[in-house]
Write a protein that binds this ligand. Sequence first.
Ligand code: 13P
Ligand code: SF4
Length: 326
Amino acid sequence: MQTAFQLKTYDSRNGDLPPLSAIQQEILQLKKERNAIILAHNYQNAEIQRVADFVGDSLGLSYCAEAAKDAAAIVFCGVHFMAEVAKIVNPTKKVLLPVLEAGCSLADSCDAAELAAVKAKNPNLCVVAYINCSAAVKALSDVICTSGNAQKIVEHVPADKEILFVPDQNLGSWVMRQTGRKMRLWPGSCYAHILFSAAEIRRARAEFPEAPVLVHPECVESVRECADIVCSTEKMVNFCRESSAKTFIIVTETNMISRLQNEVPGKKFVAGPTANCACNECMFMKMNTVEKVRDCLKNMAPEITLPEDIRQAAYIPIKRMLEWSK
Ligand code: 13P
Ligand code: SF4
């Protein structure tokens, strides 16, 4: 029989940051010399977040990448599709990704050729694509959304249009529930978010009965049903900041807690458990390390490149999203 593991809890840092390491200092120096900015996703580890100019969710990072007019280069600390978005919205910039192989299981679950075949058979479908997809899939889509604006984007699509939502069936079914809008769902999912366990989250609730449960919409329905709020990573920061609760159960990639520890003082965060483990990290996000960020700035590589026709076609639905979600 499996023995119950101990839940992992983290206290706010309350401004109590360790001194910068030699590598972090080197990164800051190189960043200056190269006139680069570092954008980091909420799932990056604390050491990387510390040297970033901006830390946020996919939506915030897209706006930031678009607005990065003065920098010569963008170092994107996240996964491949996120760096592609930066290149799509800001094509004259050099966009660097510390590890080119940092992919995403969700993006991989939707193949552009397969989507093109579905569209050819159903020419009237309106394709709403979650930003976690390749540039080639974006190029075939009508509008992009993130977990932060998916509901708003779907509500914007004219009611007489049939929607195909790609690639995340879990975010898609959550949006259907919120909007009452029926959609066709692509059968993709995030390998990490589907590991969270409703039974273990109920156990966490029993241990911390006063703690609100915050769940990312990429989780399966039984886990979303445990939530006090289902939201994007950015909304988690706002929720914890504004709530009077002292403890929060955070059901998303565990490094999210690092940002919360920095930005929400005086609180405790419990990592959402899976069936077997007290934490849950995205192996793709974890490919990035401070050493890789330093090397990437030193070598100004690896760089994201895209065929211009794909880039231009992918920009149309992203631009639509950025306008619709203002
Ligand atoms: P956010 O848009 O909430 O940052 O989520 C991105 C992601 O990859 C979740 O797994
Ligand atoms: Fe992709 Fe899941 Fe990792 Fe997010 S957590 S980048 S959806 S594999």
